[in-house]
Design a protein around this ligand. Structure first.
Ligand code: NOJ
Length: 569
């Protein structure tokens, strides 16, 4: 499929972006781990699927102690994944096929293997090397207590004590995430300057944009004060209420403006200005949309859509709150069902609780910690048949809404969370740091099944995949689904083709239809497309119109339970 919108400078406003988690996408060199050549080989599959852009999760050199979000060198490719030449070939081939390329920027922290962190450890307290990170003396008579009470997102304290060259205990360094992910000191001008260079390094290679990891965390209160204690963890809370010293702190805005200026400087190139998508779990929406003001970032993930329960009232509430909020700053809304941090949508929607009910006014709280949410969900039983049915309906809802939409690899195959990975194979740092309370996010990161009847299902040739693949995925391979007119893959392909062809989907016009209400969500897009989603148990009589696409069989001109239809009206 060719992409008529490839060179449109506003491509990102309506784009369908496909997230590749490189470790698990395709293993061209057959070593059990995905790689860049694997992604390049599968680009025709993504072009056929009809996506406008690929977002590649971190592909940099990394000890992979947080799945690559622990970056040791921002200007290279991990030897596990390939070479810079492989990346260049991938970018060039993607562009040939009309696909834009977004990669990950991880600006809050580096890996402890980053040369600057190694230099900091080797240098004395107070040195310029240490000032690039957040080193502090400990409290207590001998500095034996952490400098403040902050807790790590992955569990335990957010501080680790260093050992001086003579073997005595030294200063502490801050890590809001894993012990292997020291936080940068953005108040040191060397840090923003280094990241400007990183942006240009990749923009000059043809990258179209960056997904910004924890885009709300770079700036911190200069005094690093204690914070209100979270009674569950005993550490300073990671809730992101206004005034928190470590999240969405003043200074984040200035950093984002600086990046925007770097990206806008490419406006006159053939590919046009480059773009950013922010990852920030932030409540309320008025705070989040500050991030996508015209002089800051372009788009931000809509995690309310991801976290929302499967009900008409909650989904409607999310639509009602997010679209006007984004419009107020001139930014498009995005729609997200899953990613590498969250329980896969086919599993989540098969749980007795499918998410948060946004139709109920709730007190302000942290917008959601995907790891905690995942732990709660994984503890519940799953009805996968219902979950898959709802995932089909959800895909047609997501892809019909105005703005841009994200597909996490494997969603188009209807893959479920693998909930029974043997404990000794779990790799998420949350598993160890929570004292084996939280299994973490490995279940949504299992390698993709491409073809064949047995593991590794065409992921590699015969190497053991880095996480085990369920035997029943033989029926879910891309190859099996491509040949099946009723498969999830066929549904996605058809939906993306229609989305690209029908002008209605490129407008921002959305009007609720009289059928809307109760267990039904119904809206028109543009002048001629009607979308109806039935969340209820009973079938709904279809309004007049030509059926373009449905997520389930439409018997007797009715839309069954947990199904979506697109109609030309
Ligand atoms: C968000 C990423 O999506 C997640 O995978 C990672 O663990 C944290 N940021 C820390 O970088």
């Amino acid at each position: 499929m060719t992409n008529p919108h490839f060179l449109d400078p506003d491509w990102w406003r309506h784009a369908v972006v496909y997230q590749v988690y490189p470790r698990s996408f395709a293993d061209a060199d057959n070593d059990g781990t995905g790689d860049v050549r694997g992604i390049t080989e599968k680009l025709p599959y993504l072009a056929d699927l009809g996506v406008d852009a690929v977002w590649v999760s971190p592909w940099y050199p990394s000890p992979l102690l947080d799945g690559g979000y622990d970056v040791a060198d921002h200007r290279d490719i991990s030897p596990d994944f390939g070479t810079l030449a492989d990346a260049d070939a991938f970018i060039a081939r993607a562009h040939e096929l009309g696909i834009r390329v977004i990669i990950d920027l991880v600006p809050n922290h580096s890996s402890w293997e980053h040369p600057w962190f190694k230099a900091a450890l080797a240098a004395p307290p107070g040195s310029p090397e240490r000032d690039r990170y957040l080193f502090r003396d400990g409290r207590g008579e001998h500095g034996e207590l952490p400098p403040n009470n902050w807790g790590s997102i992955f569990g335990g304290p957010a501080w680790t004590r260093t050992t001086d060259p003579d073997g005595t205990p030294g200063q502490w360094y801050l890590h809001l995430f894993d012990i292997s992910q020291p936080d940068w000191n953005w108040a040191n001008p060397e840090v923003p300057a280094m990241f400007d260079d990183v942006l240009r390094f990749w923009f000059d290679r043809g990258i179209d944009g960056f997904r910004v990891d924890v885009a709300d965390s770079m700036a911190k209160h200069p005094d690093l004060p204690d914070h209100v204690v979270n009674p569950h963890t005993g550490f300073g809370s990671n809730d992101k209420e206004p005034g928190a010293p470590h999240w969405d702190h003043p200074g984040v805005d200035e950093i984002q403006r600086r990046w925007r200026a770097v990206a806008d400087a490419y406006a006159d190139t053939e590919l046009g200005g480059r773009i950013f998508v922010a990852e920030a779990y932030l409540d309320p929406i008025e705070r989040l949309v500050e991030y996508v003001r015209p002089d800051r970032l372009h788009t931000t993930f809509n995690f309310d859509a991801l976290i929302s329960e499967w009900s008409a009232a909650s989904q409607r509430a999310v639509i009602d709150k997010t679209i006007p909020a984004h419009e107020s700053v001139g930014a498009p809304t995005t729609w997200v069902l899953g990613n590498h941090d969250n329980v896969r949508v086919a599993t989540r929607y098969g749980k007795p609780t499918t998410g948060r009910d946004y139709s109920v006014a709730e007190p302000l709280e942290s917008a959601g910690d995907p790891i905690e949410l995942g732990a709660q969900l994984i503890a519940m039983p799953t009805d996968l048949a219902i979950g898959r049915r709802r995932a089909r309906a959800a895909a047609l809802l997501e892809l019909a809404l105005p703005g841009s939409a994200y597909i996490y690899q494997g969603e188009e195959l209807g893959l479920e969370e693998v909930e029974d990975i043997p404990e000794h194979l779990l790799q998420d740092p949350a598993w160890e740091r929570s004292g084996h309370r939280v299994r973490g996010r490995d279940g949504c990161r299992v390698p993709l099944p491409w073809s064949g009847a047995a593991s590794p299902f065409g992921f590699g040739v015969d190497a053991e995949p880095w996480l085990p693949m369920p035997a029943h995925w033989a029926g879910l391979t891309a190859e099996a689904q491509a040949a099946d007119a009723t498969s999830m893959l066929t549904l996605y392909r058809t939906a993306l083709r229609l989305r690209r062809e029908r002008g209605d989907f490129r407008t921002d016009a959305l009007a609720f239809h009289p059928l809307d209400g109760g267990d039904v969500l119904a809206f028109t897009r543009g002048d001629g497309t009607l979308v109806v989603v039935n969340f209820g148990a009973d079938p709904v009589t279809l309004p007049a119109g030509e059926v373009l696409l449905a997520s389930a069989d439409l018997a007797d001109a009715k839309l069954p339970s947990d199904a979506t239809v697109w109609l030309a009206v």
